[in-house]
Design a protein around this ligand. Sequence first.
Ligand SMILES: *Cc1c(COP(=O)(O)O)cnc(C)c1O
Length: 356
Amino acid sequence: MSRYWSPVVASLKPYVPGEQPRAPGLVKLNTNENPFPPSPRAIEAIRQAADAALRLYPDPSAEPLRAALAEELGVQPAQVFVGNGSDEVLAITFQALLRHDAPLLFPDVTYSFYPSFCALYGVPFEEVPVDAGWHLRVDDYHPSRRSGGAVIFANPNAPTGLLLPLGEVERLLGQDADRVVVVDEAYIDFGGESAVSLVDRYPNLLVVQTLSKSRSLAGLRVGFAVGDVGLIEALERVKNSFNSYPLDRLSIAGAVAAVEDRAYFERTRAAVIEGRVALTDALEGLGFEVVPSAANFVFARHPDHDSGEVAAALRRRNVLVRHFRAPRVERFLRITVGTEAQHLALLEALREVLAP
Ligand SMILES: *Cc1c(COP(=O)(O)O)cnc(C)c1O
């Protein structure tokens, strides 16, 4: 607290990210990073970009990356917007497209950054409860039930991992053509069908994705949005009023190479999906209830143990998982899919922690 703060700063509720420990040797399953390294081609491209031209400003619109993403996704480059991680893309989206008189609608169980952005940009919002099985009910968003200025949700959802089928996403889009719908697909590559296929038919749809999870590039900070050119233009207008060179040369080069290395992407995401199946089986074997996940993490609880205490006991055994102290989700742990060795360490620690 300081008397020099502007009034809005005092009212903010900043997002609290998962712990990024400095100590080596921890089994880190708390922030949904990919257990595999990035594509070697991405690393090489970053090396070459570092040698070539750091003296010069980067391309202000990251055209080579927009072109590579457009090619990969089957859209036009003018339908793609890029930023420093999808968190920045989302922040710009909140300012550009989600601030209206009617409240922004999002599920009560969701990515906890959304309320932080609402506080920062003065966006009124209303939380719509997911059902007892954590499902988003599309009918609850119908204009006859709730007047919303816009809708945002994560698919698969965070922190549950539950997927809303594409047909349901489309039903939501069709409810009100005057309302923007943002689908945050940070985890879509791990088992869902992307709504990118719908952007040409729904000018009110913006799909946001990231290279942090399925491309193993959380440290590089690259995210993007895909949608109608009118929506993308709104994001560009905000960006160019704020920071016209958001992506640096290393990020552009590394991201282009990662997007183009489709074989590596397919191999590593298949391995993560296999790991999720194995982790789910093992946790169920220890008596956990596990929500069906389409992401690179699982959401699980043990009926006989307090999840906060289990997380703390795991931390003492050098295993990090995520526990959210928030209504509805506090009985659960969110555990990132790791390598086989990480799973073995987790399961060994859990056997000790759960032992009577
Ligand atoms: C991880 C995550 C993001 C942000 O990813 P970036 O690293 O900023 O690209 C956005 N939305 C959800 C739901 C996430 O889990």
